[in-house]
Design a protein around this ligand. Structure first.
Ligand code: HEM
Length: 246
């Protein structure tokens, strides 16, 4: 399955493109998905253990104490079939023709090359900036040589972040991930019936036309200043720590 079946905090930045941040008014059914707007933070396993907003009640009260050491941890999804694309668009990588996908729990990462580059360079000091997504300093390119602050700074997994891989080695891991497509389409018989258009870009004319820059021409800025984490999320005991959630 290519997962450890565990949970980890990879330190992904908050992705201001996620619809949840804008769902702060009642929908057609009178349901408000996220009353906190940009005060929402996804504490992942931590929210589950606290029985926090949007989460089912924790199945075992004796686990609640572990919330602060679980904040930001997300389930380790399977890498099996991660490169799967409609046959019409043979890759997730620019220039393509490629199929634009989103990776990790909040869709911040747009291609497998970007994903491997993130694992490889998240903690490279020169690439780390105290900014939110959309605010990387001029002269840097977000997701290439600028990584914004993690949404949840606690419990970061340190087995990844500075792997010292060369560009070629990153590409080789992408190629490896592409071998994990197993060919099974059941129970998805329509998998090859994608009728939309593949994405393409021209490296000769488009400076964003590389897998690592994919999606960057459409970056939208995180609100600045970012509203603080809502007390209904970050004010629930046992409180997150040791670092405050920005
Ligand atoms: C170079 C080594 C690694 C590669 C190539 C890799 C690759 C991947 C891939 C392809 C996914 C699925 C992404 C998706 O479907 O959206 C994934 C998810 C994930 N991996 Fe890794 N992984 C690596 C190392 C690790 C390590 C060492 C850990 C934990 C200590 C880890 C934890 C996770 C977690 C928690 C997720 C889900 C994250 C989220 O949804 O936010 N990975 N990884």
């Amino acid at each position: 399955m290519f997962t450890c079946f565990g949970s980890a905090n990879l330190g992904l930045p908050l992705n201001p493109r996620d619809a949840i941040y804008y769902q702060n008014t009642p929908d057609f059914f009178g349901f408000t998905a996220n009353p906190f707007g940009f005060g929402f933070r996804d504490l992942g396993l931590g929210t589950f253990l606290r029985s926090g907003p949007g989460s089912w009640a924790s199945p075992n009260d004796t686990w609640t104490q572990f919330a602060p050491t679980s904040d930001g941890q997300m389930q380790t999804s399977s890498a099996r079939n991660v490169a799967m694309v409609p046959s019409k668009c043979p890759t997730t990588e620019a220039p393509g023709p490629y199929f634009q996908k989103e990776f990790f729990h909040n869709g911040y990462i747009k291609s497998l090359k970007q994903l491997v580059h993130f694992y490889n360079t998240r903690d490279v000091a020169a690439f780390r900036f105290n900014v939110t997504s959309g605010h990387c300093p001029s002269g840097t390119v977000e997701k290439v040589n600028c990584w914004p602050e993690p949404e949840v700074p606690n419990n970061l997994d340190m087995t990844v972040g500075m792997l010292g891989l060369s560009d070629t080695e990153e590409n080789q891991i992408v190629a490896f991930l592409q071998t994990l497509t197993d060919g099974f389409t059941t129970p998805y018989p329509d998998i090859n019936q994608f009728t939309g258009a593949c994405m393409t870009c021209n490296p000769a004319t488009d400076p964003n036309c590389s897998p690592s820059k994919q999606g960057n021409n459409f970056l939208i800025p995180t609100p600045s200043p970012l509203p603080p984490c809502a007390s209904a999320i970050c004010g629930v005991a046992p409180l997150p720590g040791p670092k405050p959630i920005p």
